[in-house]
Design a protein around this ligand. Structure first.
Ligand code: G6P
Length: 608
């Protein structure tokens, strides 16, 4: 969602703050700001509506100070504006606060603080924190104690960093539902909401736990709880490569991440396939074969692309393990007082491991005694830690807001789970072997699809101006259609609808016209004839058809066709999806969109 950075050390904080914010910008990008404790006392503050580059242009050369905090925002309370941008100050301009998350009792606190004389300058919930901390930071009170006292009155979620011009030898950070990571340098310390801001400066990090605070000084840090008990945290080493956070010569992160899929799939598979027993080994499930055999149903939960990847996962589990499986948006599940059953396996899917709706769903299931596995990319993230076990994707960091490589790796992880699950049920060794070989072949097959990027770019340029696009697929193809439509709308802003191909004639056929082209998924499987019939129905209504297929349908049925290599039927959706990623990417480029940072969105949505 939003991004936080902080620095304390012998150097000037500002260059790190601006660099770190640029790296975190994918998390939120409607406004940004920095505050430093000036060498001559007081707080220097700059904050602007717009991008980090706009902030950098607004920061004067003489913006010096060795202690500072910064923020990049995705608006929740109040429109994007200079005033609503973080950091927020108290009225004496002594305390500066940056915050991710939501303060639920902000209105009530605001009323009390106003009655006590505070004058609010923004519409944000965050500003109550600066006034509240200032109210507790009376003569002789240490900043950490003022922050603890203030947070004791707060209901909600937060990751915060606090700067005090009167105690510039420290920054206080706190975490409750929104991540905070400390970075340990040489006689300097960093903090951020995400390691991507830190990897250029240090690999030694400490992830705060929920409910934990830290006082960070240039020469070290101390972590403690809300009731002032000291906690002891060992640093861990980040193993992500620095160049994972660069565009690596590609025009956009999205294109780079699409092209990384052969290697990210290899990493997801690495060490997990067992050719001898035609199965998969998943070390982190924390479920033995007996426990797995007792599972009668699988419920998969995720948001956005994670939900659609879960739909593909549910089909894989039903097909290979013959256990009923279903995917549902975590954002809906958590609000409908779901029935939690002991013989259901719950699986939470999240690239970031931070999505609040998914985390809340996991917590609700656990409160009711359910067992939850995580299919997560970010190691040590909140959802990963909350789950009883799971599968890490190892896809590497994903920076572009629209998910591509993490989506594909999630489906691969589900294929591994379904294979493992199937082989302890009644999936035959021959069928197991079939899936193992097909998984091994995937990276090269993905490369074959990626080689068609230029041809797909031409198609995208031809169709990008359409009023909208219809995506259709049958059974295994339907989640592909949904993800394809999602990708197109989120980055190109072209309206896109996804329908089961079987449902077209029950309503949406009325929409078909030359202005509304259809992207049809036409795998060479047992439903091929049915899909070809649907294409005929579209063409008979003057619709235009782009088929994504294994074999080119007759010319009378399609206007264009993108061919993808054939996998096993259960895994075909993975490959059929790749051209749709390229189609969305190239359409967005053709329309001049901000591909990596589409309007109104953010990479991880850490609020409700
Ligand atoms: C946001 C992003 C989507 C993403 C979803 C789930 O809505 O814009 O692209 O699919 O969150 O994110 P997660 O990190 O939980 O997979």
């Amino acid at each position: 969602m939003c991004g936080i950075v902080a620095y304390i050390g012998p150097k000037d904080a500002t260059p790190f703050l601006l660099e770190g914010l640029a790296r975190l910008e994918y998390r939120g990008y409607d406004s940004a700001g920095v505050a430093v404790a000036g060498r001559t006392g007081g707080i220097k503050l700059r904050k602007v509506k717009g991008r980090v580059a706009d902030l950098a242009a607004a920061v004067p050369a003489r913006f010096k100070g060795g202690t500072g905090i910064g923020h990049t925002r995705w608006a929740t309370h109040g429109v994007p504006s200079d005033a609503n941008a973080h950091p927020h100050l108290d009225n004496a301009e002594r305390i500066a606060v940056v915050h991710n998350g939501i303060i639920e009792n902000a209105d009530e606190l605001r009323a009390k603080l106003t009655a006590d004389g505070a004058v609010f300058r923004s519409e944000t919930d965050t500003e109550v924190l600066s006034h509240l901390i200032a109210a507790h930071a009376t003569e002789g009170v240490e900043l950490e104690d003022a922050v603890r006292a203030a947070l004791g009155r707060v209901v909600g979620t937060y990751g915060i960093a606090v700067l005090d011009s009167e105690q510039p030898d420290r920054i206080v950070v706190a975490r409750n539902g929104s991540p905070i990571v400390l970075g340990i340098g040489e006689k300097e310390m960093f903090a951020a909401s995400d390691v991507s801001a830190l990897v250029r400066y240090t690999r030694q990090v400490v992830h705060l736990e929920d409910g934990e605070l830290a006082t960070v000084r240039a020469d070290g840090f101390r972590t403690f709880t809300a009731d002032a008990r000291t906690t002891h945290r060992q640093p861990s080493t980040v193993d992500w490569e620095i160049d994972s956070f660069d565009t690596g010569g590609y025009e956009h992160y999205l294109l780079k991440e699409i092209h990384e899929q052969p290697t990210s799939v290899e990493r997801t598979l690495s060490g997990r396939l067992d050719e001898r027993f035609s199965t998969a080994h998943l070390g982190g499930l924390n479920l033995d074969a007996r426990e797995l055999r007792e599972i009668r149903r699988v419920k998969i939960l995720g948001c956005g692309s994670a939900y659609y990847a879960g739909e593909m996962g549910a089909q894989l589990i039903e097909e290979l393990a013959r256990v009923p499986a279903h995917s549902e948006p975590a954002s809906e599940f958590r609000y409908r007082n779901p029935v939690i059953e002991a013989d259901t396996l719950y699986v939470a899917v999240s690239q970031s491991g931070e999505t609040y709706d998914t985390l809340a769903a996991v917590q609700e299931i656990k409160r009711k005694g359910g067992r939850v596995l995580g299919v997560v990319n970010t190691v040590g993230s909140a959802i990963a830690r909350e789950c009883d076990g799971g599968i890490y994707l190892h896809a590497g960091p994903e920076v572009s807001v629209a998910s591509t490589k993490a989506f594909t790796s999630t489906v691969v992880a589900f294929a591994l789970l379904a294979l493992h699950f199937g082989r302890i049920h009644d999936l035959s060794p021959a069928d197991g072997r079939r899936i193992v070989s097909a998984l091994q072949a995937l990276p090269d097959q993905i490369r074959e699809v990626l080689d068609q990027s230029e041809a797909i770019a031409e198609l995208a340029a031809e169709y990008a101006g359409s009023a909208g696009m219809m995506f259709i697929g049958r059974v295994r193809g339907y989640p592909v259609a949904r993800e394809g439509a999602q990708k197109l709308k989120e980055i190109s802003y072209v309206h896109a609808e996804a329908y089961p191909a079987s449902e077209l004639k029950h309503g949406p056929l009325a929409l078909i016209s030359p202005e509304l082209p259809t992207v049809a998924l036409v795998p060479d499987d047992e439903l091929l004839d049915k899909n070809l019939t649907t294409l005929g129905e579209i063409k008979a209504r003057s619709g235009r058809v782009i088929a994504v297929a294994h074999k080119r349908p007759e010319d009378r049925l399609v206007d264009h066709c993108v061919l993808v290599p054939k996998s096993e039927p259960e895994l075909d959706p993975l490959l059929l999806n790749i051209p749709l990623q390229l189609l969305a990417y190239h359409a967005a480029v053709a329309l001049g969109r901000d591909v990596d940072k589409p309007r109104n969105l953010a990479k991880s949505v850490t609020v409700e």
